[in-house]
Design a protein around this ligand. Structure first.
Ligand SMILES: NC(=O)c1ccc[n+]([C@@H]2O[C@H](COP(=O)([O-])OP(=O)(O)OC[C@H]3O[C@@H](n4cnc5c(N)ncnc54)[C@H](O)[C@@H]3O)[C@@H](O)[C@H]2O)c1
Length: 468
């Protein structure tokens, strides 16, 4: 299958692959890898088969590449090798198809990294309890590569991380790996190749997938960048080359910090509007009518997911080490982190209208995933809201059509079954996630009081609704 390449990129590619500067004739390892990539015989290894790694594997399968998915979780390996997907955006029929074609296999046999020409790292980058970057997953993945390293491999880090990681953390470990034959050190840009390319996947997004979201790439040397760009261009619609891995690392952090800061701003607008007695949703909607110079962001019960609440902290951590405080990031974090408490205050007000205390009340949390129409509960504000309400003595249930069981951060619950009268069993319903398929009219009819943190009930006007 051929890819329609963006014209600018096509020109660049021709230049990168033809100009002598990019691939001098004595660059054996680079040329051989280039050939394998163009022939689609380059074997791909992807470390981490989660929300990022699995969709990436399948998109390269679609363009005829063979992929080995390296994973530590044995349950995930078993499912994938049986042709079953656990990622909502990847249909099981795709995994099954490429398993049958012999193009995809999941494994924990890390010595097989030696068989791979291109190795991509897609492991988690969470925060430690101290809010510092937890680099243990990246380190473990890179050490596995180093133990099985050979000449001619292209390694690409996709996990979100602070600027400098590829060059300062990954590169020294790989450079220290010895050539198996003559024990000479492998040199980047000559014997092996290293790049950073941030993953930008947006789970649940029907319009933009891995395939049609432009891929930013920064190489440690110009040949590293050439090869990494050439590689991605085989299966992705557009590749955007930047001058260094640090730039590519910073691009991802700018994107996510932009969201965190703007959401922080609009969350503060919601708090200010409450004090002013103004409906913040009406303000935001009217402001969005401006066709230039404004982009709407929406308030909510707090940030969630693996990216927006976490990634900006990687940047501010790095800057702290340079004696600089990333003020916008810190302020946005403070405002966003206060939103679950703001929601709790709304629940207290809603119950107060019926002279009811939180202690002993039954509360239904509607939606526990961190955003609508997906099943991911990582860092979801619903978790804080449930913990806080239970600490105050409320009896909390939840309903979420995407999350049948919630087993996260000390909460173990099963979703209530849907019925049109579900709301009538509770003193208050709190909408935390505005899933599209929920029948909000039925909830409005059956509930005694509703706290709507997402403006899911914007079509309706009723005194029992308490808006954010
Ligand atoms: N989920 C998103 O929407 C998203 C979007 C853009 C970027 N990212 C970034 O991509 C990276 C991966 O995120 P994710 O959401 O795919 O995480 P995930 O938790 O869904 O998947 C990571 C997988 O890696 C496996 N793993 C961990 N250590 C391993 C190791 N040493 N060897 C092999 N497998 C290992 C885990 O078992 C897990 O299955 C993170 O840096 C994240 O910030 C995520």
């Amino acid at each position: 299958m051929s890819v329609e390449l963006d014209n600018v990129w096509r020109t660049h590619l021709v230049r990168a692959t033809c100009e002598t500067e990019a691939f001098p004739s004595n660059y054996g390892a680079g040329e051989r890898l280039q050939e394998k990539i163009l022939q689609k015989t380059a074997k791909i290894g992807i470390i981490g088969q989660g929300y990022v790694g699995l969709p990436l594997a399948i998109v390269f399968n679609r363009f005829d590449f063979s992929v080995l998915g390296f994973e530590k979780n044995v349950e995930k390996i078993k499912l994938l090798n049986e042709g079953v997907s656990y990622i909502q955006d990847v249909p099981s029929r795709d995994v099954e198809k490429y398993r049958k074609l012999g193009k995809f296999e999941a494994t924990s046999d890390f010595p097989r990294l030696k068989d791979c020409d291109v190795v991509i790292i897609c492991v988690p980058t969470p925060l430690a309890k101290t809010q510092d970057p937890d680099m243990s997953f990246i380190l473990s993945a890179v050490e596995s590569i180093a133990r099985n390293f050979r000449e001619g491999q292209l390694v690409i880090l996709e996990s979100t991380t602070y600027p400098g990681t590829t060059r300062e953390v990954v590169l020294p470990i790989l450079e220290a790996a010895q050539k198996q034959t003559n024990k000479q050190k492998l040199r980047v840009g000559r014997d092996f190749f290293l790049a950073f390319s941030p993953e930008r996947v947006d789970p649940g997004n029907k319009k933009y997938s891995v395939f049609n979201t432009p891929k930013v790439v920064g190489g440690v040397t110009s040949i590293c960048a050439d090869l990494a760009c050439l590689f991605y261009a085989q299966a992705l619609k557009q590749v955007v080359r930047v001058s260094s891995p640090e730039t590519a690392e910073m691009v991802k952090l700018l994107e996510n910090t932009f969201r965190a800061v703007n959401i922080g701003l609009v969350n503060e607008v919601a708090v200010m509007c409450e004090k002013l007695g103004i409906d913040c949703w009406e303000v935001i909607e009217a402001a969005a009518s401006k066709p230039f110079g404004y982009m709407p962001f929406y308030p909510g019960p707090g940030l969630g997911g693996h990216c927006i609440p976490i990634d900006p902290s990687y940047l501010s951590w790095k800057l702290r080490g340079l004696n600089y405080t990333a003020r916008f990031i810190e302020l946005a974090r403070e405002v966003n982190a206060s939103m679950p408490q703001f929601c709790i205050r709304k629940v207290i007000s809603a119950l107060n209208m019926d002279s009811t205390a939180v202690n002993g009340s039954r509360v239904l949390v509607l939606g526990v995933s961190y955003k609508k129409d997906i099943d991911d509960v990582r860092e979801s504000p619903a978790i804080d809201v449930i913990h806080e309400l239970e600490a105050m003595g409320a009896k909390v249930d939840y309903y979420d059509p995407f999350v049948a069981k919630l087993n996260y951060e000390g909460i173990q619950k099963a979703s209530k079954n849907w019925s049109d009268g579900l709301g009538s069993d509770y003193e208050c319903v709190v909408i935390i996630t505005d899933h599209t398929e929920v029948d909000y009219e039925a909830i409005l009819k059956s509930a005694k009081r509703i706290v709507d943190t997402r403006n899911a009930l914007k079509k309706f006007k009723h005194e029992k609704i308490v808006k954010l």
